[in-house]
Every structure is written in structure tokens, then in C-alpha cells.
Design a protein around this ligand. Structure first.
Ligand code: ADP
Length: 178
């Protein structure tokens, strides 16, 4: 699904966040220590190579809702934005903290003059945030940010399965209309 809202292209695709060569900054669903780990962080660090882990050291640890930016190293992307999602039922208030991940990632992208950003479904894996609830926060937060964006012209949500993508598409239609 592709939509244009407030001059920004919003896309939902099924795929691997580490294989988005046409995007300037990919977002990592990081752990606090900014280490490789599994899921999204594993895929990003594997593709980026050891230079990413090395660069990350100076920023770790980060707090839930915080975001930091590094180079993309061997990824096809110029930047990686690392953000720590809340662990569902543990880090509270979880809706605000998850919203902060999307807000702070987009603010960093704006500061760097980045034109395109790809997000995974932050917190919905090992951190157990229910997908429907997390999707509502992700889409609502991004829609709220759109009128204030100057450099970011494309936002892509990269979902790991078609069923997750359908949840995103339904929520985007519900909150943005059409
Ligand atoms: P968190 O620790 O924030 O929950 P995870 O990496 O465990 O992060 O999972 C976040 C979401 O990303 C889950 O929905 C998971 O299915 C999905 N996911 C896992 N690997 C990838 C990948 N390579 N590309 C895109 N999405 C992925």
C-alpha cells in the first residue's frame, strides 16, 4: 500500500529491514546495549558488519523511547537510527515510550536532512507488544508528525509477514482515511 499524506509518501511492505537499498535511514529495533542480538537488530548488524557494533559502543546504553543515529557501514543505507522500544508490561507508560521511538527517530532524521526512513514494527517481537496495539501507536504517531516534516519525504513500514502488513494497512486506512 502506498499513500501520500501532507506531501509525504507512506508505504507498507512485507520484507527484511536490512534489504531496503532505496532508503536513506533504516530504523533498528535495538536493545539497550546496542548489541547485535536477534530479530531486527541481528539482521541489521549481520548486514552492516562489525563496524556498526564498534560505532554503537559510544552511545550505549540507551533508554526506552530514546533514539541515536550511526552510519550504515556495509548496509545499502547511509544511516541506521537505533531506538529502544518498551518491553510490554514492564517499561511504562508503554504507549508513550513506543510513540517516543517513532517521534525521536523522525526528529533525528529531520536534524540530518534525511529524505527517507524505514521502520520495523518496534517492540512487537521479543518485547511482546501486541501487534494491533503497537500498530495503532506507530501509525498515529507518524501521522501526527507529518505536517511538521521538512526533509523526510518517504516513510516505509517494513513488516516481516503479509499478515502483519495487512494489520498496518487496515490501521493506516482507518486513521488516515481511504
Ligand atoms: P523488539 O525487541 O523491539 O520486539 P524484534 O526484532 O524482536 O524487536 O521484533 C520486532 C518486529 O520485527 C517483529 O514483528 C518481528 O517479527 C520483526 N522482524 C524480525 N526480523 C525482521 C527483519 N529482518 N526485518 C523486518 N522485520 C523483522
Amino acid at each position: 500500500m502506498i499513500k501520500e499524506i501532507s506531501g509525504v509518501i507512506i508505504e507498507c511492505v512485507t520484507g527484511n529491514i536490512a534489504e531496503q537499498p532505496d532508503i536513506t535511514a533504516v530504523v533498528n529495533a535495538a536493545n539497550a546495549r546496542l548489541q547485535p542480538g536477534g530479530g531486527v537488530a541481528g539482521a541489521i548488524h549481520r548486514a552492516a558488519g562489525p563496524g556498526l557494533e564498534e560505532e554503537c559502543r559510544k552511545y550505549a546504553p540507551i533508554e526506552p523511547g530514546q533514539a541515536v543515529i550511526t552510519g550504515g557501514h556495509n548496509l545499502p543505507n547511509r544511516y541506521v537510527i537505533h531506538t529502544l522500544g518498551p518491553v510490554y508490561g514492564v517499561d511504562k507508560p508503554e504507549e508513550k515510550l513506543l510513540g517516543d521511538c517513532y517521534r525521536n527517530s523522525l526528529l533525528l532524521a529531520e536534524q540530518q536532512g534525511i529524505d527517507s526512513v524505514a521502520f520495523p514494527a518496534i517492540s512487537t517481537g521479543v518485547f511482546r507488544y501486541p501487534l494491533e496495539k503497537a500498530t495503532e501507536v506507530a501509525i498515529r504517531t507518524v501521522l501526527e508528525m507529518l505536517p511538521g516534516l521538512k526533509s523526510v519525504k518517504k516513510i516505509r513500514f517494513v513488516l516481516f509477514s503479509d499478515s502483519d502488513r495487512l494489520v498496518y494497512e487496515a490501521e493506516l486506512s482507518r486513521l488516515a482515511g481511504g
